[in-house]
Design a protein around this ligand. Structure first.
Ligand code: SF4
Ligand code: SF4
Length: 183
């Protein structure tokens, strides 16, 4: 190698070093975008599709599901199992069991589209982990909704029931006057 090509190589290396340092310095002053998971988590975008969840009526804290079964019929993967009952004094059925087999769900959305009551939606929960596969085979969405209901009740404490005054007592009839003995 001639002296000229050696010097040329040194300059090339030096130039490459400067280019690398410029990129490094440019990145060093940019805002940090790294999320320190699990101490920090990201907010999922609106269109994120997590597992299903039953929606809660924000006005009443109750689930909107009427156990009509349309979502079960719409599901191409047969991964919804639900049940419902009609409580005393209520006009419509309400859900009493709702399980999703998340291991078979393709997140296609047919169930969400089929629901006439907007009673199911995709959760924003991306952090589902378990050591037990059955936890995903039978995700108990009804129990999750019950927990949300309790949270709703804590956030909306119910006023105490009005105190009903006792019925007025009828005054006792006066005792009959003792009979006067004739002398
Ligand atoms: S998203 Fe699709 S596959 Fe999953 S439960 Fe709903 S209908 Fe079934
Ligand atoms: S989630 Fe909707 S479609 Fe499915 S049973 Fe409930 S009300 Fe019917």
């Amino acid at each position: 190698m001639s002296l000229f090509s050696s010097i040329s190589e040194v300059f090339k290396g030096f130039k490459s070093l400067l280019v690398g340092m410029r990129i490094t310095a440019g990145q060093a002053v940019k805002p940090t975008i790294t999320v320190q998971y699990p101490h920090q988590t990201l907010k999922m975008p609106d269109r994120f599709r997590g597992h299903l969840e039953l929606t809660i009526d924000p006005a009443t804290g109750q689930t909107k599901c009427t156990a009509c079964g349309l979502c079960v019929r719409a599901c191409p993967s047969d991964c919804i199992d639900l049940d419902g009952l009609k409580k005393e004094g209520e006009k419509r059925k309400s859900v009493s069991k709702y399980e999703q087999n998340f291991t078979q769900c393709s997140l296609c959305g047919c169930c969400v589209d089929a629901c006439p009551s907007d009673a199911i939606q995709y959760s924003k929960d991306y952090n589902v982990v378990s050591f037990n596969r059955d936890d995903f085979g039978k995700m108990d969405l009804f129990r999750k909704a019950e927990i949300k209901k309790q949270d709703w009740l804590k956030a909306h404490p119910q006023p105490p029931a009005p105190v009903v005054p006792p019925p007025p007592t009828t005054p006792a009839a006066p005792a009959p006057a003792p009979e006067q003995k004739q002398p």
